[in-house]
Design a protein around this ligand. Structure first.
Ligand SMILES: *[C@@H]1O[C@H](CO)[C@@H](O)[C@H](O)[C@H]1NC(C)=O
Ligand SMILES: [Ca+2]
Ligand SMILES: [Ca+2]
Length: 163
């Protein structure tokens, strides 16, 4: 590829960023949102803090489209040999850490939609306050359903911020 062409592409990208804003380094742009995925497994609180340090929050999910967007991104990023593992999935921002049974999104958005697995949230042994999709079930939609798990479990995570 010649260098003039490369420079033109760079300028086009820069102009798009100026008019719409662009995602910070290491974030992926999906529509008008910026996602950061970390496949390193950490507990929920570490994931929460890592997102805040990036000027973002753990993802929140407010409808089926949000859920599909995050799940599709995860499927495209996770190692193929981990894709079918139950519990391989990622932390999201939902938690009832502050008040048992009162679930809140870490980005402060209101909880209006939920996608729990059957029988969840069940707060097993009185100690499950952090939420992740279970990646369990026969189809992609079932695999997006949530479970309340132990906050000290270690999982990969998604941060998100707007453009
Ligand atoms: C409750 O949740 C845990 C995982 O957090 C799961 O292992 C268990 O099967 C669930 N119990 C019921 C009755 O669904
Ligand atoms: Ca709980
Ligand atoms: Ca549970």
């Amino acid at each position: 590829m010649n260098s003039n062409f490369n420079i033109s592409l760079f300028l086009l990208a820069a102009i798009a960023c100026l008019s719409e804003g662009c995602c910070p380094e290491r974030f992926m742009q999906v529509g008008r949102r910026c996602y950061y995925y970390n496949s390193g497994k950490v507990d929920w609180h570490d994931a929460n803090r890592a997102c805040q340090r990036l000027g973002a929050h753990l993802v929140s999910i407010h409808n089926a489209e949000d859920s599909r967007e995050v799940y599709a991104l995860w499927k495209s990023l996770v190692d193929a040999d981990r894709r079918d593992d139950r519990d391989a999935a990622y932390w999201i921002g939902l938690n009832d850490d502050r008040i048992e049974g009162f679930f809140e999104w870490s980005d402060g958005t209101r909880l209006g939609y939920s996608l729990w697995q059957r029988g969840e949230p069940n707060n097993t042994n009185g100690g499950e306050d952090c939420v992740a999709p279970r990646n369990d079930g026969r189809n992609d939609f079932d695999r997006q359903r949530w479970n309340d798990g132990t906050c000290t479990d270690r999982k990969s995570y998604f941060c998100r911020r707007s453009l």
